[in-house]
Design a protein around this ligand. Structure first.
Ligand code: HEC
Length: 143
């Protein structure tokens, strides 16, 4: 059965696109600190900075979301990495100043619960993004 202990890659593989939802969206402030610990122990800070403000990689604190800001999209991006996400048909919708691939973390972050807490931390440093939590991935227009 799927639940909080399900590994992220398994949850991604067994949930139809668009249906992953963060159970902590109503409780971001309470979860943020624990999420921050997990963010640091997974090593996200090496690229995105300790507070998520960016460093050598895109900031998580601005309004530019490369594939969109929905829970479902962020969970898949962090689990599969950019290459894995693109293999599933996603393309960049927006461009950050730094454009490069993000590595997959679905095998490093042990449980879906840990990853939702990390995403809650990201929402805490980017509260405006919460209004987009339910957004589905929308491909860029084709010219
Ligand atoms: C090796 C550097 C690196 C590490 C480590 C890393 N990322 Fe990333 N991350 C990137 C890059 C580069 C991108 C842009 C991806 C793209 O353009 O396809 C990105 C994109 C993102 C985005 C989307 C940002 C946006 O503006 O749309 C999120 C959210 C994110 N990373 C979260 C995380 C989390 C959480 C972790 C730790 C579990 C993490 N990253 C670890 C390099 C990294």
């Amino acid at each position: 059965m799927l639940g909080p202990a399900t590994p992220p890659l398994e949850l991604v593989a067994s949930t139809p696109k668009g249906e992953l939802k963060n159970p902590y969206n109503a409780d971001i402030a309470a979860i943020a600190e624990e999420g921050h610990h997990r963010y640091l122990s997974a090593g996200c800070n090496g690229c995105h900075g300790g507070g998520g403000g960016g460093g050598m990689c895109p900031p998580l604190t601005n309004d530019t979301w490369v594939y969109g800001a929905g829970d479902d999209t962020l969970f898949r991006l962090i689990s599969l990495g950019s290459d894995g996400l693109q293999k599933q048909g996603y393309t960049r919708v927006k461009h950050e100043v730094v454009v490069g691939p993000m590595p997959p973390f679905g095998g490093i972050i042990k449980t879906s619960d840990d990853l939702w807490r990390i995403i809650a931390f990201i929402r805490s440093v980017n509260p405006d993004s919460l209004q987009h939590a339910g957004d589905p991935y929308t491909p860029p227009p084709q010219y």
